[in-house]
Design a protein around this ligand. Structure first.
Ligand code: BGC
Length: 239
């Protein structure tokens, strides 16, 4: 019998305002199996979202991808597994103990962080000041200094221009309203403003709407794959 310690497998979950995505990662964070996505149930109340995650988890098990633990990227502030404001889901998430409830439902340990924090964990190099923004339903943000995260940076709800927030100007509703050209122009302004605020070494842009970017980006600005929102899940287990 082999005495090699079997590596733990992680079910990485990314809860978004429009879709919930899952993928199983091996002990090194390498995906095994496919990324699977379903629409976020509406209303996006805790019970419905948890059942959607449970259905996705069962689907992975049925496809032969069992797992030992779960990482969740959540689109709002998270402290010790407890969710706070999640404007693109539902007010019922305010003060909800997602960590305990999901762990009980699936019978596995669960770790949770803000979705942009998880995206950053999957994308950064670990050197210097690295800022991450995610462009999707909402506007996510995360900042890292030499690999260390400052959790729950909520730039999205801060004023950006014309009395409106970054999320109001660059979230999906704004993109649909003003179209790609104006949205790209706004993004240039946002990058300029964030650059002078953070003086970052690198800015990473993730999220589903990063595919709408047509700008020529400065050298230190990189678009990252949407999969990094799931890949970062492994790092929630690296203490
Ligand atoms: C939330 C953030 C989240 C972002 C992207 C914002 O509305 O406040 O916590 O990271 O949406 O999902």
């Amino acid at each position: 019998m082999s005495d090699v310690k079997q590596e733990l497998l992680t079910l990485a979950v990314d809860v978004g305002g429009s879709g919930i995505k899952v993928m199983v990662l091996d002990g090194n964070g390498t995906p095994i199996g496919d990324r699977v996505r379903i629409e976020t149930p509406r209303p996006a109340k805790p019970k419905l979202v948890i059942e959607a995650i449970a259905a996705l988890a069962d689907g992975q098990i049925v496809s032969g991808y069992g797992f030992d633990r779960i990482s969740v990227g959540f689109p709002g502030v998270v402290r010790n597994g407890i969710t706070a404001r999640a404007v693109n889901l539902d007010p019922d998430w305010d003060g909800f103990d997602l960590g305990s409830v999901l762990s009980q439902r699936l019978g596995k340990p669960v770790r949770i962080a803000n979705d942009a924090d998880v995206q950053g964990l999957g994308a950064i190099s670990g050197l210097g000041v690295e800022l991450v923004i995610t462009l999707g339903t909402g506007f996510g943000s995360a900042v890292f200094v030499n690999n260390r995260l400052v959790p729950n940076l909520e730039l999205g709800h801060h004023k950006f221009s014309g009395g409106k927030t970054y999320e109001e100007r660059l979230g999906n509703a704004a993109l649909e309203k003003v179209g790609a050209k104006t949205w790209n122009r706004r993004l240039v302004k946002a990058i300029t403003s964030l650059s002078s605020l953070f003086n970052y070494d690198c800015l990473y842009i993730g999220g589903g709407n990063s595919k709408v970017i047509t700008l020529k980006l400065p050298e230190n600005v990189k678009i990252v794959s949407n999969v990094s929102g799931l890949l970062g899940g492994i790092r929630l287990w690296q203490d």
